[in-house]
Ligand binder design. Structure first.
Ligand code: ATP
Ligand code: MG
Length: 582
């Protein structure tokens, strides 16, 4: 079906003559065939959003309706790739075209020529249906790519290839579904705006461990959970997203970066390929897919990018993996939405964002989850979305609507960032609605004392804030000794536990066991000193300088040396308790 451009306004074009066009159809606009999507039907005319630079586009140029919704290509080769918002392989294009990517450059998202070693896992005459695995490919040093029967397909395997090397377009198997023949290949497609189906959603009862103490201990995200990270300029959103990409115990990370500033994306493009996966020592890219919107790309491509990202995440979930998606920052996505809506002259809602902003955010985060898959396995997509509210004020629509649909809130705080307290997650404002559901897991896997330990530590931090308010009125000296002790210990929790330097080789990651022992020893110190203070000793005379220093060093102590460090601290604590009591 071919139509003609009758109007161009920035990245929005109006097309006439596409008779069977449907909402969300993907169009190839103009002589260069720019990737576009129908975002509105207006009588005979289709209004389309162009995801590439429209400079030079002219009225009257032809438009082709692909007849299919905007889709991504799925298959081996995604891992390790760097795509833009409409899945153009940036690394391949940059090699071909240099830094600046012209519009209308056609490069297949996935390499058609590359051969993959396929090992069949099903045999002739076997009945299979959607979600069943028919074979496996070693996609990277870390990822086994499962070739599964696509959604909506079932039947008896008539023919399946032998183990060997095949390209993504070669037929691997032929199914006979009651007379209807289906050819299965590695390459499949999926419309980005639709969630891939699962059999059943499962409750979020396992934490996605991140190695970041403030997160795992106080504000954990569940596997399959969703978290919002709103933060003002420079508060640490990107560092947190990178930390999670590197350290979270997801099998696969899809990182969707939408930098306002060009250098932010350049940094990802230059640093990620050099990073090592800390657990395996293999390249981090061997379990990562990058979606990058550089600042010289049209704004509209950002709008598509989070859907491209989450569709790829769901695809790997469907193989039975735990996938984590980081989107930094979703505000840039929302701004694209606002711009597109403005061009459509829709009735603006709050702060110029379209009225459907809330619904769109809801639909996006709704795609997170741990699930029983169609093939019977379990997989998950966890979503962490950074938000950059202008001026850091989270009363704005993107933050508010995100918080409504996510269950974890890591509140980044400008004043903490200014005082170099990193991660600048405010422990008084942040929350995780998963903590209660996860307690059981922590109880069984970390320690029976964990839930209690966490609650007591948080109680001290909250008490610190109350006491500080009183101290402002009456002065520190007038505080009861018990309160002074709370201030003392809370300071240790803040400085030696909550703070974590992403750039220190050891401090950058704490296993949950290390977190447990660190928190335990801090709370032990509190218990020991509380006894002394209750017995009449004043806080200023507690002989704890050495212990405090030893605790402060724990952050920088290697996992394997933690046990012996703890033993020395305990010995020291006992000595002092005895001496001071006696
Ligand atoms: N965990 C951390 N450890 C050490 N330094 C940190 C940490 N988090 C943030 N920083 C410091 O704060 C700086 C700003 O962080 P980052 O770039 O992540 O902020 P941002 O919120 O993404 O900013 P923007 O709004 O500009 O995108 C970093 O360059 C780094 O110096
Ligand atoms: Mg940033």
């Amino acid at each position: 079906m071919e139509g003609r451009i009758i109007s161009i306004s920035g990245s929005v074009v109006i097309v006439n003559g596409l008779n069977d066009a449907k909402m969300n159809d993907m169009l190839l606009v103009g002589d260069r065939g720019l990737v576009s999507e129908i975002i509105k039907m207006d009588g005979e005319n289709a209004i389309a959003q162009v995801y590439e630079d429209t400079t030079g586009l002219k009225l009257g140029e032809k438009v082709i309706d692909t007849g299919a919704p905007l889709s991504v290509e799925l298959g081996p080769g995604l891992i390790g790739s760097i795509f833009d918002g409409v899945q153009r392989p940036l690394d391949v294009i940059m090699k071909k075209e240099g830094q600046f990517i012209g519009s209308g450059v056609r490069v297949d998202p996935l390499d058609r020529k590359r051969k993959w070693h396929f090992k069949p896992k099903a045999s002739s005459d076997q009945e299979v249906e959607e979600g069943d695995e028919i074979g496996e490919i070693k996609e990277s040093s870390l990822i086994k790519h499962k070739v599964i029967v696509p959604v909506g397909v079932k039947g008896k395997i008539k023919k399946i290839v032998e183990e060997g090397d095949y390209s993504i377009e070669e037929v691997l198997a032929v199914l006979d579904g009651g007379g209807k023949k289906t050819e299965l290949k590695m390459l499949t497609k999926w419309p980005v705006r639709s969630a891939r189906p699962v059999a059943e959603k499962l409750p979020p009862v396992i934490p996605l461990l991140t190695g970041q103490r403030v997160i795992d201990t106080f504000f954990p995200i569940a596997i399959g959970g969703s978290a919002a990270v709103p933060g003002p300029f420079g508060a640490g959103k990107t560092v947190i997203s990178h930390q999670l990409a590197k350290w979270s115990d997801a099998d696969i990370v899809v990182y969707c970066g939408t930098g306002e500033r060009g250098n932010e994306m350049t940094e990802i493009l230059s640093t990620f390929p050099d990073l090592k996966d800390p657990k395996s020592g293999k390249p981090l890219m061997d379990r990562t897919v990058l979606i990058a919107n550089t600042s010289n790309m049209p704004v509209a491509a950002r709008e598509a990018s989070i859907y491209t990202a989450i569709t790829i995440a769901e695809y790997y979930r469907d193989m039975g993996y735990n996938v984590a998606l980081m989107a930094d920052s979703t505000s840039r996505w929302a701004e694209a939405l606002r711009e597109i809506s403005g061009r459509l002259e829709e009735m603006p809602g709050e702060e110029g964002y379209p009225a459907y902003l809330a619904r769109r955010l809801g639909e996006f985060y709704e795609r997170a989850g741990r699930a029983k898959l169609l093939g019977g396995k379990t997989g998950s997509v966890s979503v962490i979305g950074a938000v950059s509210p202008p001026g850091g004020d989270i009363s704005e629509p993107v933050s508010q609507n995100t918080l409504r649909v996510t269950r974890v809130f890591w509140a980044l705080d400008a004043s903490l960032a200014n005082s170099r307290h990193f991660p600048s997650i405010n422990w008084l404002n942040s929350y995780s609605l998963y903590t209660d559901e996860l307690d059981d897991w922590y109880y069984k896997n970390v320690g029976k004392d964990w839930p209690d330990l966490r609650k007591r530590a948080m109680a001290l931090l909250q008490k610190e804030s109350d006491i500080n308010e009183i101290a402002q009125l009456v002065g520190y000296d007038a505080l009861p000794e018990n309160d002074k002790l709370v201030l003392d210990i809370a300071k240790i929790i803040r400085e030696d536990y909550l703070q974590q330097n992403a750039f220190d080789e050891i401090d950058t990651y704490s296993s949950i066991e290390k977190q447990h022992s660190m928190l335990d020893v801090i709370m032990k110190l509190y218990d020991v000193e509380k006894q002394l203070v209750d017995g009449g000793i004043v806080v200023s005379t507690l002989e704890n300088a050495d212990i405090k220093q030893m605790i402060a060093r724990l952050r920088y102590t290697k996992e394997e040396d933690i046990k012996s460090a703890l033993a020395s601290i305990r010995t020291e604590m006992n000595k002092i308790a005895k001496a001071q009591r006696g």
